[in-house]
Write a new protein. Structure first.
Length: 364
């Protein structure tokens, strides 16, 4: 099973004083990170680049996303550097970068990868540098802007079109090293991953286990073919400029699997941020997402959509519990991970509602 998502961003700064937060608060460590990023760019063909960290787009559970300026050949190029924590497993940065480039050349709006490494010099962190694209990513800012502009249906349609482009890519073209769900037992394999995560948690979670057992007993129809799945396609990982989709971010959980996973994940209640009446990310209607996806030759399977709604809710509940456990075990001092545990009951509540809706009050 893939690891819990991170919360890296691209394009929307927070407090510039936090610029060194991802590289440590010490100014010397920040300078060392700037030099390491410059060396990385040099290794990827840049001529004598000089890197300056100018702000922090986010410091999340899995990665820090820094705004940087690259000076090279008398030109200053704004870009974004993402440094992974290594606390939570994800695909290697070089594999993620290959997926981004494949998606971008297939019509998905995504940043241009400038450089990537699985071990940045000096820190050993997975890192990548990508182009800085315009737009907002912080959910409350996105939802407010979209509501004011009245572009929710258009944005939902653009999400459907982007996913149709991604899912049209032949899975055989996926880079080596990308995780693949077992084609012979796609849904059982996913449930096995959930159960293994639950077994590793220090506290019992009977509501999640009930959900996993329901998932085992109620597998949906199989996809016609497996595709590349973004696996973290949701509000917060989408850059939105003037109410429209400008880039899809954070591909570190990508794998080969069922395309309906992406469509369902975007519609989880947890990613609506209180706008429950708008099922697509809290900003748009479901029919707009589905229409655009099918118009792009995507195949919509309603039973699989409902199954993945429950499966990804269970997965995210497991992920939050695992993040909190990493903090209590002393593996990290991240306050983001420490706060994750408080949201587990919300996801358990959502999961129980989803399986009750599908099975009826008797749970049959």
């Amino acid at each position: 099973m893939s690891a819990p998502p991170g919360s890296g961003r691209s394009g929307e700064p927070t407090d510039p004083a936090a610029a060194g937060a991802g590289a440590g608060d010490d100014a010397g460590l920040q300078r060392a990170t700037e030099r390491a990023l410059a060396d990385l760019l040099t290794a990827h063909g840049w001529h004598d680049p000089v890197v300056a960290i100018t702000g922090a787009a986010s410091v999340g559970a899995q990665r820090s996303t820094l705004l940087i300026d690259i000076e090279s050949e008398d030109e200053i190029i704004p870009a974004v550097a993402q440094l992974s924590s290594g606390i939570i497993a994800a695909v290697p940065a070089t594999v993620e970068s290959a997926v981004i480039e494949l998606a971008r050349t297939s019509g998905v709006p995504a940043p241009l990868v400038l450089a990537a490494t699985d071990a940045l010099a000096g820190t050993g962190q997975p890192a990548q540098v990508v182009s800085r694209e315009p737009g907002l990513s912080i959910p409350r800012h996105v939802l407010r802007a979209v509501a004011e502009l009245g572009t929710g249906a258009e944005l939902a349609g653009e999400c459907g079109a982007a996913l149709a482009h991604l899912h049209a890519v032949d899975a055989a073209a996926a880079p080596a090293g990308l995780d693949r769900l077992d084609a012979g037992d796609l849904f059982g394999d996913y449930c096995d991953g959930l159960a293994a995560t639950l077994d590793d948690l220090p506290l019992p979670h009977p509501a999640i286990r009930l959900g996993v057992e329901w998932l085992r007993r109620n597998p949906p129809s199989r996809p016609q073919r497996q595709t590349i799945v973004h696996a973290d396609f949701r509000t917060g990982n989408l850059l939105v400029d003037n109410g429209r989709l400008s880039a899809v971010l954070d591909w570190e959980l990508a794998h080969v699997g069922d395309p309906m996973e992406d469509l369902a994940y975007l519609c989880l209640r947890t990613w609506r941020f209180g706008n429950d009446e708008l099922p697509v990310g809290g900003f748009g209607p479901l029919d707009a997402l589905r229409w655009a996806y099918e118009a792009g030759n995507g195949t919509w399977r309603e039973d699989a959509f409902r199954w993945w709604m429950a499966a990804r809710t269970a997965w995210w509940a497991c992920g939050l519990a695992a993040q909190a456990a990493a903090f209590t075990a002393g593996l990290t001092d991240s306050i983001v991970l420490a706060a994750s545990g408080r949201r587990v009951p919300e996801l358990e509540y959502d999961l129980l509602n989803l399986i009750e809706t599908e099975t009826g009050p008797e749970g049959t």
